[in-house]
Design a protein. Structure first.
Ligand SMILES: *Cc1c(COP(=O)(O)O)cnc(C)c1O
Length: 373
């Protein structure tokens, strides 16, 4: 072996390929806020950021109680504390898809669940299908382990339903799962039973499991229904969730992976594979695990109702403002914490494309005024 003559310490390909596309876009943009204007940030998916969505005291009390008894300061099993797994199983069990504690793995946030779900299903060079527009963590995780993320189209004119024929076109023999985010970040859309059946049919036809990102399960506006994937289809499903959004505590980093396996398709390898991945010990904090049964049991319905009422009011306010702006077409959300609008740059003579729009909006330049040439 030749002795190196200088310090030259490289980072791995895995590190280089682990990128968050949002950072690349934001870091590459020239964003200069107009100092004379007050900036209202509309782009953060953290419900605690602006202090307008208070936590329920039951949630904080559950954590206080756990700390006060001094019993939960040690390691818990790598898949999570048994009592907490049982509590999650009970909370998410339905008649069609009952769960036991063995079907639950506790993770560091929903992101932790996404990480182990993708890692257990894919080898380098495989691909997964993700929605566009969609949550970009899937690209970050995919890049890290050399998984291609292929984006299937969502249809704005059909309330962001999946373009099923496009979804099917993307499938090949290296495809390992279909990711469905419902209710959606960033669209705020909520799929009805019929549409979930259609997605299930595509998965069944190709024998592909579904990775159901259901962190917004139950976060739907009054009058809307939000069935879970596992209730609608018997496709093998890994469903991920957590306390980040619905319980308004993203920093607490507790989430879960639910294993819905009606055909015993995960039995021979995937369950054990998931267990192996948890032994990297990147799971949640023992205090949060111990608090989880209390959080799930005691958080009152009126807390969720109040949060959703505020979210709906905000969506209504944005929608009614945006709809009046020429060239901007908002699509009214049905749940979650987001709303998407289309921007028709043809109506904005001063604007080249979407990136240019964002930069000029930040600088508060008039996007409609025709440039004098
Ligand atoms: C916020 C979010 C997550 C990540 O949740 P954490 O519990 O904070 O890791 C995953 N998926 C979607 C769609 C999200 O919006």
């Amino acid at each position: 072996m030749a002795t190196k003559s200088a310090w030259n310490i490289r980072s791995s390909e895995a590190a280089k390929n682990t990128v968050n596309p949002i950072r690349i876009i934001v870091d590459g943009m020239k964003l200069e806020p107009n100092p004379k204007k007050h900036l209202i940030s509309l782009s953060i998916g953290d419900p605690t950021k602006f202090g307008n969505l208070p936590l329920d005291p039951c949630i904080t009390d559950a954590v206080h109680d756990v700390i006060d008894v001094y019993k939960n300061n040690g390691y818990s099993p790598s898949v999570g504390n048994e009592e907490a797994r049982a509590a999650v199983a009970k909370y998410y069990s339905t008649d069609t898809s009952p769960l036991t504690s063995k079907d639950v793995i506790l993770t560091s946030g929903c992101s932790g669940a996404i990480n182990i779900a993708i890692t257990v299903l894919c080898n380098p060079g495989d691909n997964i299908l993700i929605p566009r527009p969609g949550f970009l963590l899937y690209r970050t995780v995919g890049g890290n382990i050399d998984i291609e993320t292929r984006s299937y189209r969502l249809l704005p004119e059909k309330n962001w339903e999946v373009d099923l024929s496009h979804l099917e076109e993307l499938i090949d023999d290296k495809t390992r799962c279909i990711v469905v985010i419902n209710p959606s970040n960033p669209c705020g859309s909520v799929y009805d039973k019929e549409h979930l059946i259609q997605i299930g049919k595509v998965a069944t036809k190709h024998h592909l499991p579904i990775l159901a990102d259901e962190i917004y399960a139950g976060m739907v506006f009054q009058g809307e229904e939000s069935p879970c994937m596992a209730d609608i289809t018997d496709v093998p499903i890994l469903s991920c969730g957590g306390t980040a959004k619905r319980f308004l505590a993203p920093g607490w980093r507790i989430g879960w992976l639910l294993i819905h396996d009606r055909h015993n398709a995960f039995q021979s390898e995937v369950r054990e594979g998931l267990f192996h991945l948890t032994t990297k010990l990147l799971g949640p904090c023992s205090i949060m695990e111990a608090a989880l049964p209390g959080v799930l049991k005691n958080t009152p319905k009126h807390f969720f109702d109040k949060t959703l009422k505020i979210l709906k009011q905000n969506a209504d306010a944005l929608y009614s403002g945006f709809i009046k702006i020429p060239g901007i077409t908002p699509i009214m959300p049905k749940g979650a914490m987001y709303m998407m609008s289309s921007i028709e740059v043809e109506h904005m003579p001063n604007i080249k494309d979407d990136m240019d729009f964002v930069q000029k909006l930040m600088a508060h330049l008039d996007v409609y005024k025709r440039q004098h040439t």
